[in-house]
Every structure is written in C-alpha cells, then in structure tokens.
Design a protein around this ligand. Structure first.
Ligand SMILES: Nc1nc2c(c(=O)[nH]1)N[C@H]1C(S)=C(S)[C@@H](COP(=O)(O)OP(=O)(O)OC[C@H]3O[C@@H](n4cnc5c(N)ncnc54)[C@H](O)[C@@H]3O)O[C@H]1N2
Ligand code: MOO
Length: 398
C-alpha cells in the first residue's frame, strides 16, 4: 500500500496574476495629519496651500534706508526685522534706516542700500529708483496658492516650504508599517557564518526596498524555527484600521515558505485562520512564495529563504501591495533584451540585467541563493513563458 505523505503538486498562479492579486489585496491607507518632522518621504494626501503670503508684508530687500519722495531725506527712525514697525507713514522727504526683511513704512517709495547712500547724523542722500529693493506682500508666493499637488513626495525641501507657509502638520498618506520576521536556526546576523550557518542576506535589503515602495520597516525580528514563535509573532501584530502610524500593515516572513520540516508558514497561516490569497507563483526564482491576510487585518508576505528568490518574490507580491497601501504611483518600463535569453516553458523568469543604450543585457550570476547578479544589475527583466523575443518589462532595482 502506498502512503501519500506529502502535499500533491498544485499549479502555481502565473506571475502576472499574482502581481495583480497583490496590488488588489489592499486599499490605500487613510490620510492622517503628521508633524513636519515625521512627514519626510510620505506622499501628500491633498494639495499644499500657502496659509500665509511670502513675504507676509511689503518688506525691504536690502539693508539701507526706506525713503519717501526726493532726497535728501530727514532721518525719522530705524526699523529692524522682528522689531517694532515705524509708527506711521513716511512723509515726502523722510527716511528710516531699515534692515533686510523689515516691513517698510507706508508711503515708502524705494529703499536705498547703504552702499548707495551718503548718510549724516540727521539726514541721508542718494539715488532712489521708484519701487526699488522693496519685496511686495505675496510677491514670491501669494496667499492660498497651491504650491504642491496631492501625491507629491514630501522631500526635505518641501518640509522647509511647508514651514515657511505656516504649516505645523501635513495631511499625508502614512507609510505602511512593515514587520520583518527572519526565520531559520542556521541564519546568523553578524560576522562570518561558520559551517552549517548562513548569514542573513534578506533582512539587510528589505528596508531600502520597502522604503522605495512607500513603506517603512518598523522592526526586524529573528525567530527560531518552529511554528510557535511564528504563530506568536503573527498573532501579536496590531491591526491599523484607519492607518495608525505605529501599526503593522504587512508582515514579511523570510524562509519557511517551502515544504521542508522547518517550513511552518502555511501551517501557521491555517491555524490562524488566514485568508491565503497567493500560494506559490510560477516564477523563477521565487516560486515558493505566499500572500495572505490575517483575520485581524495585516497582510503576510512569505518570501523564500534563498536571497535572490526572496528579492524576486518581494518584487512580485510585497512591493505591489505596499505601493497600493502607500498610494505610490506604479510606473511600467519596457525595453529590449539581448544576451540570447530563453524563456521557460511554464514559469516567468526574472533575469538580472543592466540597461544600456542598446537594450538590457543580462549580467549573469543569477543563482537563487546569491545576490551577486542582482547587485551588478540595475533592473530585473521579466521574461514570460513563451516569450516572443520582443520587448520585456523591466523592474528597476532600487
Ligand atoms: N520539496 C521542495 N523543496 C524545495 C522547494 C520545493 O518546491 N519543494 N523549493 C525550493 C526553492 S525554489 C526555494 S527558494 C526554497 C525556499 O525555501 P524556504 O523559503 O522554505 O527557506 P529555507 O528552507 O529556510 O531556506 C532556503 C535556503 O535559503 C537559506 N536562507 C534562509 N533564510 C535566509 C536568509 N535570511 N538569508 C540568507 N539565506 C537564507 C537557507 O539556509 C537555505 O539554504 O526551497 C527549496 N526547496
Ligand atoms: O525560489 Mo527558488 O530556487 O526558485 O530559489
């Protein structure tokens, strides 16, 4: 009698379909107001408007004298930026000494810089050009102007602009929080791996990849093999209805995705009652990957332990889901592919390439267990089964 001890082979989902499922597995997180200091890298959820005009008043553009009418002018006081304004309009024939950025008194016809003025103790003379060296209220940025559109990334410069326009908080799409779980008793996290050990090569690349997709790695935790630690870590995640900023939206499980005795992901997902959306993808490398939703909300992306396979899987399931959650626009690039690459009969191939003026060229070194080829490459070429040798999609590597 034959005893069937292992799961039968199930047909894996096509790479294109898996990517579509991943992109459709999430909705963009709701907009939240975030203090400027925490908004860097987020996307604006609405247009950024000028709450105040720049400059906020008619101000001097030079250190010198604000004058009215023709010179010589009688000196009637001094106005410094941040100091008291001149107590009334300037009459023709009057001047006040003025600092750059200080509001010019009403009636000012021009500012004469120190370099162009001849000043005595009580009067000043010089050549005044009407309107010269006065920055008018709202001349740089009018009040109410939309300076950045919804969807713009909050850059360091945008933070400065927002502050100048009177904002303390920005309404942004929060960056989805990602918890990374690295499994494998043989995986070590520093130094040279000894016999029977491998150094974690996935944890170090995930933060940059996640960031480019619009997310942020909230924590990376190393778990021993076995279902209980994984079960506990997945159950402990806090759902983030409404996009709370410190929550976990996606858990990435590295390793444990295949069929070996230490590969517990599927069993744990079943025990937790997760909804498995993708269970294996027809892609090389990276076929033993999975995407599921836990009953309390977070998505789980299961990546294979082989590092290049993990990268391919992350670009297939994790990145599209994160982009959707973060509201990061999706751009698709295509190009020609040289190097005599042959398609696989059933699976999509992900081939590390460098893009050149003559098309994409494979860089080699593309074994699933090594990141060498991917590190030499600037993109992965997507070669579908039955590829006709024409253009391919190119996924840019961060
Ligand atoms: N019977 C089958 N065996 C395997 C299959 C299969 O379909 N049937 N698929 C193979 C493929 S393809 C891959 S990829 C791996 C995926 O394995 P797991 O996700 O279960 O990962 P592990 O078994 O834990 O590790 C595989 C390999 O990668 C090394 N590893 C693990 N984590 C890391 C890490 N963070 N950094 C660097 N290297 C890591 C680990 O030591 C193993 O060498 O399954 C095949 N087997
Ligand atoms: O996903 Mo595996 O070999 O395809 O590395």
């Amino acid at each position: 009698m034959t005893v069937l001890r292992h799961d039968p082979v199930v047909e894996a989902m096509s790479w294109e379909a898996a990517r579509r499922v991943a992109a459709g597995s999430a909705k963009p997180l709701g907009a939240v107001p975030v203090p400027l200091a925490e908004a860097l890298g987020c996307r604006l959820a609405g247009p950024l408007r000028a709450l105040v005009p720049v400059p906020g008043a008619d101000v001097s553009a030079m250190d010198g004298y604000a004058v009215a009418g023709d010179g010589p002018w009688r000196l009637a006081g001094r106005v410094l930026a941040g100091g008291a304004a001149h107590p009334g309009p300037l009459a023709a024939g009057e001047a006040v000494e003025i600092a750059t950025g200080a509001p010019v008194p009403e009636g000012t016809g021009a500012v004469v810089p120190y370099e162009r003025a001849m000043a005595g103790a009580e009067s000043v003379d010089g050549a005044a050009e009407p309107g010269r060296h006065i920055r008018r209220r709202g001349e740089d940025i009018p009040e109410g102007a939309v300076v950045l559109e919804a969807g713009a990334v909050v850059t360091p410069v945008a933070l400065g602009l927002a502050a100048a326009l009177g904002h303390d908080d920005l309404l942004v799409r929060p960056r989805p929080g990602v918890l990374v779980l690295i499994t494998g008793d043989e995986v070590v996290h520093k130094g040279r791996p000894g016999a029977g050990r491998v150094r974690d090569a996935i944890g170090p690349f995930l933060p940059g990849l996640v960031e480019c997709a619009g997310g942020r790695v909230a924590d990376t935790v190393h778990l021993p093999d076995g279902p209980s630690a994984l079960h506990a870590a997945l159950s402990a995640t806090t759902a983030t209805p409404g996009g709370a900023r410190d929550g976990v939206d996606v858990v990435v499980v590295c390793g444990a995705s295949s069929k070996g005795p230490a590969d517990h992901l599927r069993g744990v997902l079943a025990a937790l009652g997760a909804d498995v959306l993708v269970d294996g993808v027809a892609v090389r490398p990276g076929h033993p990957q999975a995407l599921a939703r836990l009953p309390h909300g977070p998505l789980v992306a299961g990546l294979p332990g082989n590092p290049f396979a993990a990268l391919g899987a992350a670009l297939t399931l994790l990145v599209p889901a994160l982009r959707r959650l973060a509201g990061t626009p999706v751009t698709r690039e295509t190009g020609t592919l040289g190097g005599g690459v042959r398609p696989h009969p059933r699976d999509t191939r992900l081939v590390p390439v460098r893009r050149t003026a003559g098309g994409a060229a494979p860089v080699g070194h593309d074994r699933p267990g090594s990141l060498w080829g991917a590190a030499l490459a600037d993109a992965l070429a997507v070669v579908p089964p039955g590829w006709d040798g024409e253009r391919v999609e190119l996924i840019e590597l961060p």
